[in-house]
Design a protein around this ligand. Sequence first.
Ligand code: ADP
Length: 572
Amino acid sequence: MDATPFPFGPHALPVLRRRYLARDAEGRVVETPEQMLARVAGAVARGEEPWGGAAAAREMERAFLGLMSQGLFLPNSPTLMNAGRELGQLSACFVIPVEDSLESIFEAVKETALIHKSGGGTGFSFSHLRPAGDVVASTRGVSSGPVSFMRVFDMATEAVKQGGTRRGANMGILAVSHPDIEAFIAAKRRPGVLENFNISVLVNDAFMAAARADGPWQLVNPRDGAVARTVSAAGLLEQMVQAAHQSGEPGLAFYEAINRGNPTPGLGPLEATNPCGEQPLLPHESCNLGSLVLPRFLKDGEVDFPTLEEAAALAVRFLDDVIEINRHPLPQVARASRLTRKIGLGVMGLADLLADLELPYDSPEAAALGREVMARIAAAARAASAELGQRRGSFPAFAASRLAGGWSHMRNATVTTVAPTGTLSLLLGCSSGIEPYFALAYTRRVLEERDLVEFNPRFLARLAALGLDTPEQRRTLAASGNATAIQGLPPELGQVFATAHEIDPEAHLAMQAAFQASTDNGVSKTVNLDAQAGPEQVRRVFTRAHALGLKGVTVFRSGCRGRQVLELLPLP
Ligand code: ADP
């Protein structure tokens, strides 16, 4: 395999070539990874021109390129793929409204296809659709209901390969009070159905209280507000628990927690998120994400906070410039996105940072460090957005927003989001988002026809230092994927390199909460459970996540069915 230049990781090149690097009309790759970063820096810096002219653009181009080529920051995939190229669509996340009419449903299918073609992912609230079997006045027929219409979106997604790069991803959300909620919860229990969807139930505090008190729960037809049925709240929660235990879905999205963080309630409530759940958005809003690479901010065994804060401020400027140059796929998206100018700066590589510091992921020190890191990033990002607001003008909906109380200017309604960084972390060879290591040896199933085999380089280095990196030990590691079977390993090191399934669910939630504390939008996180975990553990994770005030929760039990981006496979 060709050598990959810094800052890219050892397995980046095939992915870059297949999906990111520019091609000519014949489809031949015509740029190097370094040229890709230069293209992105140059294109994004054009966003400076309205304020500082060409000179400012040149200066910021250098700054942006420095930030990326030192491996400190990367924007979300569509920005890397499309900036400075014909398509020019730079956002990862969209929410498309679906109203209770055939016109609206199929308009949304069309909008979805156009967004997928441009590299974005889409989320929907299906809560406004009348239930299956309900009357349709104009035809005297009956409606097929949300779950059935979701299949139309699913098939459209299947058919539209995104500019030849990646297939689209969707989030389907249904309110817990919808009469079709039981069918929705069970929708993905059979394999092969709605494979291009993640699904989440939007639950509210009243429902969680009713479930706790074993009380009744009313299912309400959104068409006329009539109570369709009354069910047991605990019974309904149990259906979610059983389905999530079996298949990892649905996740839960917490209505009040999400809407406490809604900066512009005057524009309406937040009812849907992007595909991976970390970005709640209003109808037709989009969001540009970017992530700081935590292990690269270590200096002399400590996090270099001044450098981290400086990078956060520069990243905010980058992401705000992305809004300037973004070619939105639809006029409605352009309008809604420019009204609030949402951006989402987050992190990747937390597990690497903790391993370098020899802090076990499940230690209170690790959660405290996570909390501080995100608080410092968030404060620097917020201050940078306020300064941009002063120079360039606040986002148009600022005056009526919740931010107007505490600030005189603000360029962006939200500034922070913790993304999954599924592909970005692969490009940089770091751990993804704020997740612990999934395994210490695994194949990454990223490209359709190719698996990438990887050992955790930090763990290998530690084994080598202890004289334990032998073919025998590597085979052991490859077979189990974790450190427990390695002979002669000091127990502290086993704790530092504990993998996702070995970490107590409570510690997963504690880390999610530590980052959520100062994140404007949501935090992408999966709570992994080991194969033997019973439904009661899923139930406990759901109720704890709600009690902690998290915006959402997803569980994944080892070995249960479902799409796994990271898959543990024994090596040959
Ligand atoms: P990346 O690492 O490629 O930048 P992430 O894994 O951080 O992306 O995901 C961030 C967001 O990007 C997701 O929540 C979703 O909105 C969008 N996204 C991710 N994968 C896809 C995909 N295959 N198709 C469309 N959108 C996607």
